[in-house]
Design a protein around this ligand. Sequence first.
Ligand SMILES: [Zn+2]
Ligand SMILES: [Zn+2]
Length: 203
Amino acid sequence: MSRFLERAARARLLAERYPESREGLLFAAAISDWQARGEGLEELRALVHRIGPPVLRNAPATHKWFSRVMAELAPPAIRGHAPHENECPLCGNPPQLGVLRPEGHGSALTLACSACRREWPFPRARCPGCGETDPDKIAFGATDAFPAIQTMTCDSCWCYIHLIDLGKDPRAVPEADELSAQPLDVWAIEQGYRKLTPNWIGL
Ligand SMILES: [Zn+2]
Ligand SMILES: [Zn+2]
């Protein structure tokens, strides 16, 4: 199964499990199906017009949201500068989320690009927004409703990012599971944090 179909299937399964995030997950599933079909921008625009978030429904094809979705199919190469540690080594975009995989007695962190989805290693306890490493400034929020997700917050730059723990749920598909965590987004935003990079549904 292609990664797009795998993501679509996971998003539909999570839509049943998390009613609060259902609409966004079904939208993401439809986009992933579009990616798997290999259709063009016009088909994507028609899809967004039909079931996308209101803010995107009448957006022009030049809107950056579209270039971001297209970028996953054909990642642009970096031009001009070497990426910073918190930028995608392939296309230079900021991370969407973190992925934790079991390693030794703990877990190793990679960041996943918000555009092309490439992953790259990143220190476990450093803020991917500003580089803060002071443990008093970095916190990891978790709730029983999302056993495989931690919400990492930074009190230096006031950003947050979700970390998807594949050690807790090996069946997780990070981009889909990230979209299921809308209650954690609401919690973080109410605390005054902002998402390091908004996801497909703008959260
Ligand atoms: Zn990238
Ligand atoms: Zn920070």
